[in-house]
Design a protein around this ligand. Structure first.
Ligand SMILES: C=CC1=C(C)c2cc3[nH]c(cc4nc(cc5[nH]c(cc1n2)c(C)c5CCC(=O)O)C(CCC(=O)O)=C4C)c(C)c3C=C
Ligand code: FE2
Length: 498
């Protein structure tokens, strides 16, 4: 994982948890009455089995009960949005410092200080052409990208080396065509800053961090790079973390992979394993996202001479079919639901265009999700479709697959196939309605943060590896025995030699 950071130290504000709520609402945040998110505090809930029923779907609502009025140690008037998860569980924020019942420091007798962190997870991309092959190596060395049977896992890295070397020339061409590198890091950093600002507007002061899965400017190993981010999270003494993958839909190959690495780091680190955190597994179903996408589509349709006749062409990054059919990846289901929700939103605005969904960017010899974007474009041209609006839907930043694959390759193919008018919806990037909604998602996820482990002893117990312990004990005993006897052994040896 790569780590770019945008760290702003939280104000040191202490609030007594017995002096909590003075609900003087100043923000639009508090006008919402109902919404839901898909936040989970356990990755294993999310990693392999994330159909819409098994995911934790929590209905949250804002409360403005006057019972919660009080003053804080800061004095003066406070703004305290209270987030209710259920009647027993409340998050209370004051001047950016939030209190949560059930947290170790949250008992009424404690004066506590919460430092909120948000960790954005993204894929990362090579920043120069020189980075392309090592970036591809990191990608293909990921067992969630090339899924080898356990028995053949030892081949993962040699295979990654081979494939990355073979793929690099084609990838380099693509990156060269978009200016010599991926724009992903800059866009993600901008999104991190925008999210921080959006949270500030809602009076939630948070540090926002970025962790990339496969690249950053330094050529370190993924896990070491991630450790860099976590060092910052520890340095900033974050007490509550919301993990927000920048993928609207969950896939084993994206969110699943990043979360797997993140949790393995947490598991091995005593202080991180006690940090309450919550993972927003997917957020394609949020109104803020679907409305923002619909806004972009509506706007772009206006650039056609006959907006009603334009085919809306959703193009999603594909995954191998085996992910969905064998490993239970919810990606396809979520993608279809996502398109449905966006279209519902458009229909509510009397936009009833034809639409279709296809999958792009397949790599390698296996079957990927169908239909394939290139084949559908040719088919649509053959059927007489004249105007087409491409909508990239699996990612919220511009990247090689929008800037090169869609804007260049697919556009050319479409025009060759008989499509006369071509348009493309930009990626959401820092669109304010979208970022504001991500801020809401973060706030909604705060009450469900939960530490991996809760006590030192338990942490030590989980770190305990019986096989390793037995080996260490065995060799340790031999060493101790030798050391104990060594003067005698040396003496005996000397006697023998002399
Ligand atoms: C939802 C988004 C993505 C899914 C799902 C996904 C799966 C996936 N990708 C590959 C192989 C490659 N991906 C590459 C680049 C790339 N992939 C995504 C997103 C998803 N990938 C993004 C945003 C990017 C671009 C980053 C950038 O630099 O701009 C590449 C490298 C580019 C290329 O050579 O085409 C490869 C290779 C697999 C195998 C996979 C699922 C198993
Ligand atoms: Fe990809």
């Amino acid at each position: 994982m790569d780590a770019a950071t945008s760290s702003h130290v939280l104000p040191h504000v202490k609030v007594s948890s017995s002096n909590l709520c003075n609900l003087n609402r100043k923000s639009s945040l508090c006008t919402r009455s109902k919404f839901f998110t898909t936040a989970s505090s356990h990755s294993n809930e999310g990693e392999r089995n994330l159909d819409s029923h098994s995911r934790e779907r929590s209905l949250l609502s804002w409360s403005s009960s006057s019972d919660d009025r009080s003053s804080s140690t800061l004095g003066g008037e406070l703004y305290n949005p209270i987030l209710k998860r259920n009647s027993a569980e409340k998050m209370i924020c004051s001047a950016g410092v939030c209190t949560f019942p059930g947290s170790a420091s949250g008992s009424a007798s404690h004066v506590m200080e919460e430092r909120i962190g948000v960790l954005l997870l993204n894929l990362g991309g090579p920043e120069t052409l020189h980075d392309v092959q090592p970036f591809l190596f990191n990608l293909f060395a990921d067992p969630d990208i090339i899924r080898l049977p356990r028995l053949f896992r030892f081949l993962q890295r040699p295979l990654a080396q081979l494939i990355s070397v073979l793929r690099a020339p084609k990838s380099k061409e693509g990156y060269a065509a978009i200016g010599g590198g991926s724009p992903l890091r800059k866009i993600t950093d901008d999104q991190a800053n925008a999210l921080k600002m959006a949270l500030e507007v809602k009076e939630v002061h948070a540090n926002v961090y970025v962790a990339m899965r496969y690249w950053r400017p330094f050529t370190e190993e993924a896990v070491q790079q991630a450790r860099f981010t976590f060092t910052l999270i520890k340095r900033d003494r974050i007490t509550r973390l919301v993990v927000l993958p920048l993928y609207p839909q969950y896939s084993i190959s994206t969110t699943g992979s990043s979360v797997r690495v993140l949790e393995s780091i947490f598991r091995k680190d005593a202080s991180l394993s006690r940090l309450p955190y919550s993972i927003i597994q997917s957020w394609y179903q949020r109104e803020g996202y679907t409305k923002s996408m619909a806004n972009l589509i509506e706007k772009e349709l206006q650039s056609f001479s006959n907006p009603n006749e334009v085919m809306i062409f959703f193009s999603a990054h594909g995954v191998p079919v085996s992910y969905v059919e064998d490993a239970g990846d919810p990606y396809r289901d979520q993608m279809e639901e996502c398109i449905y929700l966006i279209m519902q939103e458009l229909k509510s605005r009397q936009i009833n265009n034809d639409y279709t969904l296809a999958y792009q960017s397949r790599v390698g010899p296996v079957q990927w999700l169908k239909p394939y974007t290139d084949e559908v474009l040719v088919e649509l041209g053959r059927k007489g479709v004249k105007s087409l609006l491409a909508v990239p839907v699996s990612f919220v930043s511009e990247h090689i697959e929008t800037l090169e694959e869609i804007d260049m390759e697919y556009k050319e193919l479409a025009l060759e196939s008989g499509i006369e008018s071509w348009g493309r919806v930009p990626a959401l990037g820092c669109t304010s309605s979208f970022i504001t909604d991500l801020a809401d998602a973060v706030i909604e996820a705060l009450p469900s943060t939960k530490a991996m482990l809760t006590s030192t002893s338990f942490s030590e117990a989980v770190d305990f590896d019986p096989a390793g312990y037995a080996i260490k004990m065995f060799f340790g005993s031999i060493l101790a025995f030798v050391l104990l006897l060594s003067p005698k052994v040396i003496l005996a040896f000397r006697n023998y030699m002399l």
